[in-house]
Design a protein around this ligand. Sequence first.
Ligand code: C2E
Ligand code: MG
Ligand code: MG
Length: 449
Amino acid sequence: MKAHQQQLEHLAQFDPLTDLPNRVLLADRLQQAIAQAARHKQSLAVAYLDLDGFKQINDAKGHGIGDSFLIALSRRMNAALREADTFARVGGDEFVAVLVDLPTPNDGDPVLRRLLDAAASEIEVDGHRLQVSASIGVTIYPQDAVVADQLVRHADQAIYQAKQAGKNRYHLFDVMQDAALNAQRESLDNIRHALACGEFVLHYQPKVNMRSGAVVGAEALVRWQHPERGLLPPSAFLPVIENDPTGIDLGEWVIEAVLTQMEAWAAQGLHLPVSVNLSAHQLQHANFTERLGELLSRHPQTPPKWLELEILETSALNDLSEIANVIKDCTELGVSFALDDFGTGYSSLTYLKHLRVGMLKIDQSFVRDMMDDPEDRAIVDGVIRLSNAFHLNVIAEGVETAAHGAMLLGLGCELAQGYGVARPMPADLIPGWIHSWAPDPIWQATLAM
Ligand code: C2E
Ligand code: MG
Ligand code: MG
């Protein structure tokens, strides 16, 4: 009876497959760890770990091998922690580590790095050499001064950024940003209301060819004409609706508004291709291609090839095969794609080969600093060469001065967008701007050299 009783207790607190603590025991241990950290004025870290690529092993090799792999891997990961730490299994390939006794918030870093290494180590099961990696979200108590289950939730939330930034890494939950978001959160209703009332507007930023002097297109950038707060930039509202259906609605509104605008410009004799930014969420939404097709067919006067869709390099990496398919389907409708903020993600050359994009947009941070920072210049140079090798167009964003443009021309990049050419402006100013714009003389001089 006694042995049986013990067995039942064990089952209630430990995961049957890996024999690691389960959620119940984790909650218990975390509670104690928080009390102790508060008593000793120390920090603790909650690390939520999600394996990258475990599903593929399970699918390809079967559950038996998948299970053996998980058992072996969880032992290695557990061994990377210290004696007093807790390592729990909370889902199929999800684990939570509680790192205790940290004199300062950063003292968990070496342990987290060991944990990443352990998760990415190769393991042999039945003659198969298997390897995954881990994406870890981390939050630190008492910097993040919330109760136990909320700490776990915050750590879980931070995994998203770790995955977005390219996996096999950890990302620290941003307490300040979360507070800022919470302060804004009640405005989700306001944003929905604003969309219904037509308070969103698009500004357009020209893109030019510095060599030929042609205006080659414009990028549509959304703003909220707020009745009290004035014109608000996307950073003031996009993060709030990012993962909400309202984000999809706003995204559709933007495409519809751009198609209507291109039609109006065409009626005045101005044929200007326009690019639209897509959120990852929108692109991965089940019927995106279908919706895009419907929007395009409502504007038969506007050739689909005038529409370019910009997707963030980082979001494209999230689910490569799925995104590659969406891009392929949309390309068949006639629209083209650009990878935005290129250089901030971790695209491998294979990825570039699989994504049918026509354009790379060099991220503005590299362009801005390339004049003083040789490493940023090397990145800009590298992206330009990469685009040549893959027969892609390349445009630099954040071209703030004519001198930036001259350097870009020297490196072989002819297309530019940025304050040095023009700031984003309301649609009705675009025709006049195009009429009066002339390329900077130093660009011609650079080309003549
Ligand atoms: P992005 O697509 O990379 O757009 C470029 C941003 O850089 C714009 O900021 C633009 O105003 C700004 N910019 C342009 N030239 C310069 C320059 O020379 N120097 C500096 N410092 N900045 C420059 P904005 O309009 O605030 O947009 C920020 C981001 O919001 C965009 O980055 C894009 O990711 C997102 N966004 C804008 N409109 C939409 C939209 O309709 N849908 C979605 N999903 N995202 C959008
Ligand atoms: Mg963009
Ligand atoms: Mg960009």
